[in-house]
Design a protein around this ligand. Structure first.
Ligand code: FAD
Ligand code: TPP
Length: 574
């Protein structure tokens, strides 16, 4: 049988090492899915919403560092991919999306299901091209793959169903290039200038992010030489926090006060591989220098005194020989002591009160942290699960953490967990879900059986969009439109063939989590957690203070005095 364009696509992807494609089929994808069926080299992962396909591919790409693929049928099918693609693109992970298109002869006529993928995906891709002739294949696909890998982000190929079914024009897949990882070192002059600034500064704080991945030893050595505390941004947590005697925690609204103050009290802030977006957490009077592999990142978040382009490992290695060993450890010791106290304070919030019904989400996460495998992969929903994950999950160099950290989309954890589980069979994969987040893509509970992914889900049931409620309080707005009328999630899980468990008292938390983690298959534990756990930012601005008192005032005025007492009881007399 003569090869079709669809076969060339599948051949090329298989030759690239693609093992699975996440998606939902449709008429316009028939050529491709049929080729997958015949070739048996790539597994089709049938999810229930295309957004899940894109999130799952993004998680796979994040965890493996390799290209992952998702697909959607024409019009609404591929339109559903878009939120997950935005997430992958903003997280800078390589994902290829196959967006099937309406019949080629109908394009431009306002045909049934017609959209314009080139227009739609322009903002969330580095490369998006329509395949209208068989002669374009496999070159366009290879350019798409190469672009996603080398620029790190999303590529999209849009292909009408009829073009995929046409006969291929004798072109074979060309040799594949691996993901490019050159060593990038600043010039000698730049290294010397950077070293001079560091040697001349007395109180240095290092602020690292996910760009420190793979350079743990160099980072620790640098901190030792500079006697500098290390603060991390959330996406750097999994690469920086572990086996790190210089760790003083995270900064930001969800951060630790020690991380915040270590940055505010330094005379030089050394940013390494971070794109931390919140400007108000940068010091105003310290010098700021930055190392990043992408030149366009320099000065994007903070006003810089100096910036160099380089990869973390190579740059730190080049820098080290020019750095003097600092003798004064006053700044470091103060930051570490602050961190110890902050950590203790946070741990004290993560306790259970036997006999009481109230379950603190901090306690749930701390217990999960103790019970989870050494190499567990965690995915946390946007919302308060992000707070608990950031504060109570301990990374160790083997564990991994994914979230929708740059894009900040709800409902990410379960779809990401599916991608994590399928690309890491045999590994424990745990999703920390909000009740709002889970409900948003709840159809994916069905996928867990369908695709045989033994994901464990912990549902923080607070019957609210609690993170938004907190934001409303901080902004002085009376919370509104945040209550959730929830089902019994454990029963829903049981109904779709998963193990469903419920923890309604603190005593039930540990046994239920243990049972779920030990279960040979997908499991869901619904934990009824308190709704108003304030996650206080490390520094409360005047604006927010006013917000809080305003909220109190408004709550009292509207006859919700109970809530204030409740709030105070949970947070002040915890
Ligand atoms: C509800 C919610 C609340 C949040 N609150 C906080 C918070 O309080 N605190 C917080 O920190 N985050 C918070 N986040 C996450 C935040 O939005 C960002 O995602 C995060 O701070 C970015 O982390 P990062 O700088 O490590 O990663 P990235 O955004 O991935 O940045 C990495 C940087 O490293 C560079 N780089 C990549 N590779 C290399 C290399 N080899 N060498 C050198 N440079 C390299 C990249 O070019 C990029 O500039 C929150 C997210 C959510 C959803
Ligand atoms: C797709 C999407 N819709 C809305 C928001 C705004 N938002 C951020 S967090 C959040 C609440 C999340 O609620 P839930 O999943 O129940 O977690 P909780 O904060 O209650 O623990 C909302 C609505 C968003 N980030 N993404």
């Amino acid at each position: 049988m003569a090869k079709k364009v669809a076969d060339v696509i599948v051949d090329t992807l298989a030759a690239t090492g693609i093992e699975r494609i996440y998606g939902i089929t449709g008429d316009s994808l028939n050529g491709i899915t049929d080729s997958i069926r015949r070739q048996k080299r790539i597994r089709w992962i049938h999810v229930r919403h295309e957004e899940t396909a894109a999130f799952a591919a993004g998680a796979e790409a994040h965890l493996t560092g390799r290209l992952a693929v998702c697909a959607g049928s024409c019009g609404p099918g591929n339109l559903h991919l878009i939120n997950g693609l935005y997430d992958a693109h903003r997280s800078r992970v390589p994902v290829l999306a196959i967006a099937a298109q309406i019949p080629s002869r109908e394009i431009g006529s306002g045909y049934f299901q017609e959209t314009d993928p080139k227009h739609l995906f322009a903002q969330c891709s580095h490369y998006c091209e329509l395949v209208s002739e068989p002669e374009q294949m496999p070159r366009v696909l290879e350019v798409a793959i190469q672009t996603a890998r080398s620029q790190r982000g999303v590529s999209v190929i849009a292909i009408p169903g009829d073009v995929a079914l046409r006969e291929a024009v004798g072109q074979q897949a060309r040799p594949q290039f691996s993901g490019s990882t050159p060593h990038v070192c600043p010039s000698e002059d730049e290294i010397a200038a950077l070293a001079k600034m560091l040697n001349e500064s007395k109180r240095i704080t290092i602020f690292g992010g996910s760009g420190c991945a793979g350079a743990h030893a160099e980072l620790i050595e640098l901190a030792r030489r500079l006697q500098a505390p290390i603060v991390h941004a959330l996406r750097g947590k999994e690469f920086i926090e572990y086996e790190n005697p210089f760790d003083v925690g995270m900064t930001g609204l969800l951060g630790f006060s020690s991380g915040y103050h270590a940055m505010m009290n330094c005379d030089l802030l050394l940013m390494i591989g971070t794109d931390f977006p919140y400007r108000q957490f940068f010091p105003e009077h310290a010098k700021v220098v930055q190392i990043d592999i992408r030149g366009q990142q320099l000065g994007r978040r903070a006003k810089l005194d100096y910036g160099v382009v380089g990869d973390t490992k190579t740059t730190l290695r080049a820098l080290m020989s020019q750095l003097e060993q600092k003798q004064d450890d006053g700044h470091l010791k103060a930051a570490l002591e602050h961190y110890r106290k902050t950590r203790k304070g946070l741990d004290e919030l993560a306790t259970a009160e036997p006999g009481k019904r109230l379950i603190h989400p901090q306690y749930v996460t701390r217990t999960l942290n103790e019970l989870a495998a050494e190499d567990a992969v965690f995915a946390c929903d946007t919302g308060t699960p992000t707070i608990w994950a950031a504060r109570y999950l301990t990374m160790n160099g083997k564990r991994r953490l994914v979230g929708s950290f740059n894009h900040g989309s709800m409902a990410n954890a379960l779809p990401q967990a599916i991608g994590a589980q399928l690309s890491h069979p045999g590994r424990q994969v745990i999703a920390l879900c909000g009740d709002g987040g889970l409900a948003m893509l709840m159809g994916e509970l069905l996928s867990l059986r369908q695709v045989e992914a033994p994901v464990k889900m912990i549902v923080f049931r607070n019957d609210a969009l609690a993170f938004v409620e907190l934001e409303m309080k901080a902004a002085g707005v009376l919370d509104f439109a945040t209550a959730l009328h929830n089902p019994d999630f454990a029963k829903v899980a049981e109904a779709v063939g998963l193990l469903g468990l419920t923890a309604k008292t603190p005593e039930q938390v540990r046994p239920m989590l243990s049972e779920a983690l030990a279960h040979d298959g997908p499991a869901l534990v619904e934990v009824s957690v308190s709704r108003q756990e304030l996650a206080m930012p490390p520094s409360i601005s005047l604006e927010q203070m006013t917000g809080f008192s305003l909220f109190m005032l408004k709550a009292v005025l509207s006859g919700r005095g109970d809530e204030i007492i409740d709030l105070a009881r949970i947070n002040l007399f915890h």
